[in-house]
Design a protein around this ligand. Structure first.
Ligand SMILES: CCCCCCCCCCCCCCC/C=C/C(=O)SCCNC(=O)CCNC(=O)[C@H](O)C(C)(C)COP(=O)(O)OP(=O)(O)OC[C@H]1O[C@@H](n2cnc3c(N)ncnc32)[C@H](O)[C@@H]1OP(=O)(O)O
Ligand SMILES: Cc1cc2nc3c(=O)[nH]c(=O)nc-3n(C[C@H](O)[C@H](O)[C@H](O)COP(=O)(O)OP(=O)(O)OC[C@H]3O[C@@H](n4cnc5c(N)ncnc54)[C@H](O)[C@@H]3O)c2cc1C
Length: 666
C-alpha cells in the first residue's frame, strides 16, 4: 500500500534550486569517489547476506555469529570481485556493523606500519594483508585508559633467552576494551612498560600471539574473553570488545615494534632521535579517520529527520484539510537545519584533516617534526568536537521524529547507541580538549616571546587587532560577509585563550593553574576548533564549485553553521566583547532568513548524500517516503507479533485475570 505521504517527497524534490547530481559529487569529494562509493553501496544493499533489519531482535550470541558471517562474506566478496583497497574499505563501510575487521585494518595494520621497522613491516604486513593472522590493538586497561603513561602491563627483557616477558601484574592491568580481542583476534599489538636492565623506559607496542592458528585456543599464559554486553540493542554488541591477562608470556625480542626505540641483544635501550610521542601515532591516525566518519553518521541521522519532517504533518487545518508539514515549523527548522549544515561542515573539515595528516606524515618521514604538535592538537580537538556534536545531533534527530523516532525501525536508536562511544574511544573528548588547550596556552605564551604562530593558529599572530576589534555588523546582511564572521570567531577564540593563559600565570605553578581553570580551558579549546571548522567551510565555498546553484546552497549552509554557533555561544561572544547584544540579534535575524532559504532545498540537500535505503536502515528516512506502510509492516514482523496470543498467557495472564474475577466477586 502506498499512501499520500509518498507524494510529499516528490513535491519537495521538484522544488530544489540546485543540481543535486553535482552536489553528490561535492559531497563525495570527486567523481571517482562518488562512483566507487555508489557502486559499493549498491553491491551491499542488493546482497541478502548483508541484511541488517533483524539486528535489534537478535540475542548477543546470534548477533555476534551473524557479524562473523558478514565479515567473512566481506572478505569473500572483496576477493571474488578483486576489489582495490579503496573499494574493499567502502564495501565494508556500507555493511554498517562494527566488527573485528575495523580493528584489524583500522588499528593493527596502521600500528605496524607506523611503529614497526622496515624488517618488521616486511614480516607482518603480508600476513595481515592476506588475513593469515587477525590483529587488534590493546592499549586500554581495566584501571587506565586516558592516562597512557599510567599503564601497568610490563614487557621485561630477558637477555638470557633474548625474549620479552609480557606480564599483567594486577587485576587493574588486564587489557580491557580492545575490539576484536575477546573472541576473534589471533594477534595483538599490546602497549606495555618496557623494562630492561631493571629500569623502566616508557610505553611501547609489542606484537603478541594470542590464539593458536590451528584451533583458536588461547596460548599458554593467556586468559582472554569478552567484557560483556554493551549499551543498546544490536549496536556495538556485534563487536567482541575483550579482556586479556598475560601471565609471564614470552615473545621474541623482535616482536617489540622498534622503529622509534631499539632494544639490543644485550638489553641496551637505544632511543632514536624522534619525539617520544611518535609512539602515539596510531591514535593520531585513527582520530583523523573518526572526524571523517562523524559526517557520515551525522548526515545519516539528518537525512532520516529531514525526509520524515517533510512527510509528517501536524496541525494547521481546523477543517480536516491538509495539515502543515512539520518541516515548515520554524522551531523544527532551527533544530534541524544547523545539523544539516554541520554535516556538510564536518565533511569538508574531515577532507582537510586528511590532507593535514598526509602532510605531517610526509614531513615525519623526512625527519621534520615541526608540525607534529599542531597535527596532534587538530586531530584531538576535531575528533572531540565532531563526535560530541554528532552524538548529540543523532539524539536530537530522534526527538525531531517524535514518537516514531523512538522505534528501532526508525534506525535512530541503534545509530545513537553505536555512535555514542566515539565520544570516549580514541581518547575521552574532554581529555582531548585539554590537550588542545595545552597547545593553545603554549602558543599564546610564545607570542610574547615574538614567536610567530603557524598553521591553524596563524590568526593568533594578529594579536593586537583580535584583542581590540569590535564587529562592524550593522545589518543582518553584514553577517553574510566572511570577514565579519571570521573576525568574530577568531577574536572570541583568541580572547578566551589569552584569558586562560593570563589566569594560569597567577597560580603558584602552571600545573596548578591548568587544573583549576580546566573548565575555561575546555571552552577555549572548543572555540579554537570552531574557528578551524568555520574557516575551512568558508574556504570551501570561496572555491569554484561546478553545478547550478550548488555554491549558493553551500554558502547558505556555511552561514547557518557559523551563525547558529554565534547563537549557541552568544554568552562567550558577548562576554569577550566580540559582538554587542544588538549584533547578536542581527545574526539571529539573518539565521531565520537563511532557514527560509534552505527550506525548499532541504530534501534535495539530504538526497545529495546518496544513501541507499539499506544503509539508512530507517522506515522514516526511506527515499520513496512510504513511511506509514513500512512502519506497519515492520511492526507486524516483530517477534512479539509471531503469535496473536502471547507466550506466557497461560502461566501469567490467565491466573491474574482469574484472580481479579475472584476479587471482584467478593
Ligand atoms: C575492509 C577494510 C575496513 C577498514 C575499516 C577502517 C575503519 C577504521 C576506523 C576504526 C574504528 C575505530 C574503532 C574504535 C577503536 C578504539 C580504539 C581505542 O580507543 S584505542 C585507545 C585510545 N586511547 C586513547 O586515546 C588514550 C588517550 N590518552 C592519550 O592520548 C594520552 O595519554 C594523553 C595525550 C591524554 C596524555 O599523554 P601524556 O604522555 O601523559 O602526555 P602529556 O599530556 O604529558 O603530554 C606530553 C606531550 O606529548 C604531546 N602529545 C600527547 N599526545 C600526542 C600525540 N598523539 N601526538 C603528538 N604529541 C602528543 C602533548 O601535546 C605534550 O606536548 P608538550 O609539547 O609537552 O606540551
Ligand atoms: C566502544 C569502545 C571501543 C574501544 N576500543 C578500544 C580498543 O580497540 N583498544 C583500546 O586499547 N581501547 C579501546 N577502548 C577504550 C577507550 O580508548 C578508553 O575507554 C578511552 O580512552 C577513555 O579512557 P577511560 O575509559 O580510562 O576513561 P577515564 O579516563 O576513566 O574517564 C572517566 C571520566 O574522567 C574524566 N577524566 C579523565 N581524566 C581526566 C583529566 N585529566 N581531566 C579531566 N577529566 C578527566 C573523563 O573526561 C571522563 O569523564 C574502547 C572503548 C570503547 C567505549
Amino acid at each position: 500500500m502506498v499512501v499520500a505521504s509518498v507524494d510529499n517527497l516528490a513535491d519537495e524534490r521538484s522544488k530544489a534550486q540546485f543540481d543535486v547530481g553535482a552536489m553528490k559529487i561535492v559531497w563525495a569529494g570527486s567523481k571517482h569517489v562518488f562512483d566507487v562509493t555508489d557502486r559499493m553501496a549498491r553491491i551491499v544493499a542488493s546482497d541478502p547476506e548483508f541484511r541488517k533489519d533483524n539486528r535489534t531482535t537478535l540475542g548477543r550470541k546470534e548477533l555476534f555469529k551473524n557479524t562473523l558471517r558478514k565479515m567473512a562474506h566481506v572478505v569473500k566478496r572483496a576477493n571474488e570481485l578483486r576489489l582495490t583497497e579503496e573499494e574493499a574499505s567502502k564495501l565494508r563501510f556500507f555493511v554498517d556493523e562494527p566488527g573485528y575487521l575495523d580493528l584489524h585494518w583500522g588499528m593493527f595494520v596502521p600500528a605496524i606500519k607506523g611503529q614497526g621497522t622496515e624488517e618488521q613491516q616486511e614480516k607482518w604486513l603480508p600476513l595481515a594483508s592476506r588475513m593469515e593472522i587477525i590483529g587488534c590493538y590493546a592499549q586500554t586497561e581495566l584501571g587506565h585508559g586516558s592516562n597512557v603513561q599510567g599503564l601497568e602491563t610490563t614487557a621485561t627483557f630477558d637477555p638470557k633467552t633474548d625474549e620479552f616477558i609480557i606480564h599483567s601484574p594486577s587485576l587493574t592491568s588486564y587489557k580491557w576494551w580492545p575490539g576484536g580481542l575477546g573472541k576473534v583476534s589471533t594477534h595483538v599489538v599490546v602497549y606495555a612498560r618496557l623494562v630492561s636492565g631493571g629500569q623502566e623506559h616508557g610505553i611501547y607496542g609489542f606484537i603478541v600471539q594470542l590464539r593458536s592458528l590451528d584451533d583458536h585456543t588461547p596460548l599458554p599464559g593467556i586468559i582472554i574473553g569478552d567484557i560483556g554486553t554493551k549499551f543498546g540493542s544490536g549496536a556495538y554488541n556485534t563487536m567482541d570488545n575483550g579482556f586479556v591477562c598475560f601471565n609471564r608470556v614470552r615473545i621474541p625480542r623482535n616482536h617489540m615494534l622498534m622503529r622509534f626505540c631499539q632494544v639490543t641483544r644485550e638489553g641496551n635501550v637505544c632511543l632514536s632521535d624522534v619525539p617520544k610521542q611518535m609512539v602515539y601515532g596510531t591514535m593520531v591516525y585513527v582520530r583523523q579517520t573518526i572526524v571523517s566518519d562523524a559526517s557520515w553518521a551525522l548526515s545519516r541521522a539528518v537525512c532520516i529527520a529531514v525526509r520524515y519532517s517533510a512527510i509528517r504533518r501536524q496541525f494547521g487545518s481546523q477543517d480536516r484539510g491538509i495539515e502543515t508539514q512539520v518541516l515548515d515549523y520554524k522551531t523544527q527548522q532551527s533544530r534541524l537545519f544547523p545539523l544539516l549544515a554541520s554535516a556538510y561542515a564536518f565533511r569538508f573539515v574531515g577532507e582537510w584533516l586528511k590532507w593535514l595528516y598526509a602532510d605531517v606524515t610526509e614531513r615525519l618521514q623526512a625527519n621534520d617534526f615541526s608540525t607534529l604538535p599542531e597535527a596532534h592538537a587538530c586531530t584531538a580537538g576535531l575528533k572531540s568536537l565532531t563526535t560530541s556534536v554528532t552524538a548529540d545531533a543523532i539524539e536530537e534527530c530522534r526527538k525531531l521524529c517524535g514518537g516514531h523516532g523512538y522505534l528501532c525501525s526508525s534506525g535512530l536508536p541503534e545509530l545513537f547507541a553505536v555512535y555514542v562511544p566515539a565520544c570516549t574511544y580514541e581518547g575521552d573528548n574532554v581529555v582531548l580538549l585539554l590537550q588542545v588547550a595545552r597547545f593553545l596556552v603554549k602558543t599564546v605564551s610564545r607570542l610574547a616571546a615574538g614567536k610567530k604562530p603557524v598553521g591553524t593558529t596563524t590568526y593568533m599572530g594578529n594579536a593586537e587587532h583580535l584583542m581590540q576589534c569590535k564587529s562592524s555588523a550593522s545589518s543582518p546582511e553584514d553577517w553574510l560577509k566572511p570577514s565579519v564572521v571570521l573576525e568574530a570567531f577568531e577574536a572570541r577564540a583568541f580572547r578566551l585563550a589569552v584569558a586562560c593563559a593570563r589566569d594560569i600565570s597567577k597560580f603558584s605553578t602552571p600545573e596548578a593553574g591548568f587544573a583549576e581553570l580546566s573548565i575555561d580551558l575546555v571552552e577555549a579549546a572548543i572555540a579554537h576548533c570552531e574557528v578551524i571548522v568555520v574557516s575551512r567551510f568558508i574556504e570551501k565555498v570561496q572555491q569554484d564549485i561546478p553545478g547550478d546553484g550548488v555554491k549558493e546552497q553551500l554558502q547558505i549552509l556555511c552561514f547557518i553553521y557559523a551563525l547558529h554557533l554565534i547563537h549557541k555561544h552568544s554568552g562567550e561572544f558577548l562576554s569577550t566583547g566580540c559582538i554587542t547584544p544588538e549584533q547578536a540579534t542581527l545574526a539571529n535575524e539573518q539565521l531565520r532568513t537563511l532557514y527560509g532559504q534552505v527550506r525548499p532545498n532541504a530534501v534535495s540537500l539530504v538526497d545529495a548524500f546518496n544513501y541507499t535505503d539499506h544503509y539508512l536502515g530507517s522506515a522514516l528516512g526511506r527515499y520513496d517516503g512510504n513511511v506509514y506502510a513500512t512502519l506497519y509492516a515492520q511492526a507486524l514482523r516483530d517477534p512479539l507479533n509471531d503469535t496473536v496470543v502471547p507466550d506466557g498467557y497461560e502461566e501469567f495472564i490467565r491466573p491474574v485475570l482469574k484472580q481479579t474475577m475472584r476479587l471482584s466477586r467478593l
